[in-house]
Design a protein around this ligand. Structure first.
Ligand code: ADP
Ligand code: MG
Length: 698
């Protein structure tokens, strides 16, 4: 038979051109295949039918069989409602409609047997069901139906009377019109390895499960398949790239690295730091280009890794550059790195946008001659005229501020591309990393350097402000410094600006004996810099700021971070902000101020912050609550991806299995040329031939 993807949905009985157009516009469903692969988002157990006499106050959605005995309308205008009495011989219940009254009156008749589905509630001593679903008793698709599938629909569809049930019927018609089994879309080897259901059963049971077991196995099969092809696609590109793109081979660990390690390193590396250096060393010695992502929480010690990685390049005769997202951060790197490298006598330079032409010229000359060994800077490193003699290593700090296009620009500068190490303190859940950065190798630093006292985080409501001020004063009297952060998500938001300025004034009035700095995004860079520096030098003891301080100054003497309206921040952002304290030896605190009347979800979100300092736990929780699409890291990665059935927040194990099996297959047959992989090759092509080529983007 013809391929399902070639059959236009408008030819399916009961659809026609108008509905076909609606499905195409609203859900992007155009072919038989599209409809068959439009999966339910939930199921409700309809295997049991209740009697009206059995209804109690605490029931969820239930099913009843009976007849409508009468209709009446009550109320006027917007408050008009339609009430029907519904009886099954054991009792009577009211059905209520607030909308679509005309439609309901035309459609449903008294004295006919209906199967009803809805949630009973008690009102004025009587049970009623608002907006129930009613089907002719003999119009139920499948009498033996166990679980009823529910499909997402849009407002437009609903007003054209295409609801979840209509879709379900369409799919039922479609399924019955298919003669003979569909072609399998995974190879027997994969099906067996992952213990999967065949495609025919899976597609049947995903829409028409007899029981929970059917549904779960169908979901497993289809989720696996989706994740499997995604991983196969990503991993295959990574492998092909590794094959095709050579990299500079750093064959020796030389003088500078060793001297630094033995003579200059001010502390002992943590085990995690050592492991990461080993991984990097293996990469740069392999003859292939390194593409590695280093994830490590704020304060985990990534700078020293950047520095020592740069030394590997220098030992092999290459230059290195380190890019930071802001001038302040670049300057800070420059200061700490040149200080650490002082004994080695290597030339390190700083290049940022604010450097004058006169200052730039000698730097650029030194860069071209190879005299400058490490260049630290911002975007300015990407400008025309910045020409390296021999760039072998690019280190990008705080990756999420750098767009894909910018990375590509760096790349374009050389024929043999430099090794790339991307460092981020935004913890990304493992499943997301495997997908968004699936083609990068990932290193982790999980432990913090020894001797840090974990930050204590408290949730406080606005009515406890006096107590808050008292504890801030105690810290200030001990000589510590304090951050107070206001939400200013949109820098243009007027009311946010107002509360920031009011906050600033209130703080000044409350603590007249201390100096208060302020920074926000509307300030000129020089002004911002000056305010920050004042705080860094402890000339100001309190810093009132917006999130612009999220990535920025390192002030170990600051021990308190107060976050106003904490409920307005995302978890990832709260975690980043909190990382500004706890950088010295003193006990530090983070105080989340919020309104008292929070939704349960928001309260739960904030409580996670008080329970853990582990950025990965927070990132996982954030993803579970908000869904992977909203996670930081996905948008910035510049990769749009859409999963139809799998969910990265829930399906980590399936993802891991899919990835492992995909790796095994590619290990033997990266081109998928073996006869036994023919199906995989065909399906991979079908799934990804039209999509963006991620593998080459990063
Ligand atoms: P981040 O990962 O946030 O960039 P940094 O590299 O700025 O962290 O390190 C935070 C602080 O921890 C710095 O003051 C650094 O000198 C210190 N540090 C890093 N590694 C160690 C270590 N192994 N032992 C002790 N202190 C360390
Ligand atoms: Mg850092």
């Amino acid at each position: 038979m013809a391929e399902l993807s070639d059959l236009d949905i408008k030819y399916l009985p009961g659809i026609g051109p108008k509905r076909a157009e609606l499905l195409a516009r609203e859900l992007n469903i155009r072919s038989y295949r599209d409809l068959l692969y439009y999966f339910p988002y939930k199921y409700i157990d309809r295997s049991k039918t209740y009697r009206i006499s059995e209804i109690t106050g605490t029931m969820p959605y239930i099913q009843l069989n009976g007849r409508i005995t009468s209709f009446t309308t009550q109320g006027e205008g917007a408050r008009r409602r339609l009430i029907a009495t519904f009886s099954d011989g054991t009792g009577v219940i009211d059905l209520v409609w607030f909308k679509g009254i005309k439609y309901v009156m035309e459609r449903y008749k008294t004295g006919i047997n209906y199967t009803l589905f809805g949630k009973p509630t008690l009102f004025n001593g009587r049970y009623n069901i608002a907006h129930p679903e009613l089907d002719l008793a003999d119009d139920i698709i499948d009498r033996n139906i166990g679980l009823q599938a529910y499909y997402n629909t849009t407002e437009r569809m609903k007003s054209a009377f295409v609801n979840s049930k209509t879709l379900h019927k369409m799919i039922h018609t479609l399924w019955n019109s298919i003669h003979g089994p569909l072609e399998e879309t995974l190879s027997p080897e994969v099906i067996e390895k992952a213990h999967l259901m065949g495609i025919n059963d899976a597609l049947c049971y995903i829409h028409f499960p007899r029981n929970i077991e059917d549904m779960r196995r169908a979901q497993m099969r289809l989720k696996f398949e989706e994740l499997f092809y995604l991983q196969l696609h990503i991993l295959r590109y990574a492998r092909l790239r590794n094959h095709n793109i050579g990299g500079h081979r750093f064959s020796r660990i030389g003088e500078y690295f060793n001297r630094f390690y033995h003579e200059c390193l001010p502390f002992t590396l943590t085990d995690d730091q050592k492991n990461v250096l080993r991984e990097i060393r293996a990469d740069v010695g392999s003859g292939r280009q390194m593409n590695r992502l280093l994830q490590g929480d704020v304060g985990s010690g990534k700078t020293i890794i950047a520095l020592m990685t740069a030394l590997m390049a220098i030992d092999n005769g290459y230059q290195a550059c380190i890019m930071a997202p802001t001038e302040i951060l670049a300057a800070q790197h420059y200061e700490s790195i040149s200080e650490l490298l002082m004994p080695l006598g290597l030339r390190v330079e700083l290049l940022t946008g604010s450097r004058r032409k006169r200052e730039r010229e000698p730097i650029l000359a030194g860069l071209a001659s190879g005299d400058v060994r490490i260049l630290i800077g911002t975007h300015a490193l990407l400008e025309e005229g910045v020409i390296f003699n021999n760039l072998g290593m690019v280190i990008i700090d705080e990756q999420h501020r750098f767009g894909v296009a910018q990375r590509a620009k760096l790349w374009g500068k050389n024929t043999i591309p430099p090794h790339v190490l991307v460092m981020t303190a935004t913890p990304i859940p493992r499943t997301l990393a495997m997908t968004v950065y699936g083609d990068l190798d990932v290193s982790l630093i999980k432990q913090l350097p020894p001797g840090r006292k974990p930050i204590q985080t408290l949730l406080q409501y606005d009515n406890r402000r006096e107590q808050l001020n008292a504890s801030l004063r105690r810290q200030l009297q001990k000589g510590r410094q304090v951050y107070i952060v206001y939400p200013l998500i949109e820098e243009s938001e007027k009311s946010d600006m107002k509360s920031l300025l009011e906050g600033y004034e209130t703080v000044q009035r409350t603590f007249p004996e201390y100096t208060v700095s302020m920074v926000h995004g509307k300030m000129k860079p020089v002004e911002k810099e000056e305010q920050m520096q004042r705080f860094a030098r402890n000339e100001a003891q309190i810093m009132v700021a917006t999130t612009v301080i999220e990535v920025g100054v390192n002030v170990p003497n600051a021990t308190v971070m107060v976050i106003e309206n904490a409920e307005r921040f995302g978890l990832a952002q709260l975690h980043q902000l909190r990382g500004r304290v706890g950088r010295g030896g003193e006990q530090s605190y983070c105080i989340l101020m919020s309104r008292y009347d929070l939704t349960q979800e928001t309260r739960k979100r904030l409580e996670i912050m008080t329970e853990t300092n582990d950025g990965f736990v927070i990132a996982e929780a954030d993803m579970r609550m908000r869904g992977p699409g909203d996670m930081e890291g996905t948008q910035q990665s510049g990769i749009a991806f859409e999963l139809h059935i799998a969910n990265l927040a829930q399906d980590g194990q399936i993802l891991q299995l899919a990835r492992d099996i995909a790796m095994d297959i590619l290990a033997d047959d990266v081109m998928l040329e073996h006869h036994r992989n023919a199906i995989l090759r065909k399906e991979l092509h079908r799934n990804y031939s039209k999509k963006i080529n991620w593998g080459q983007i990063s």
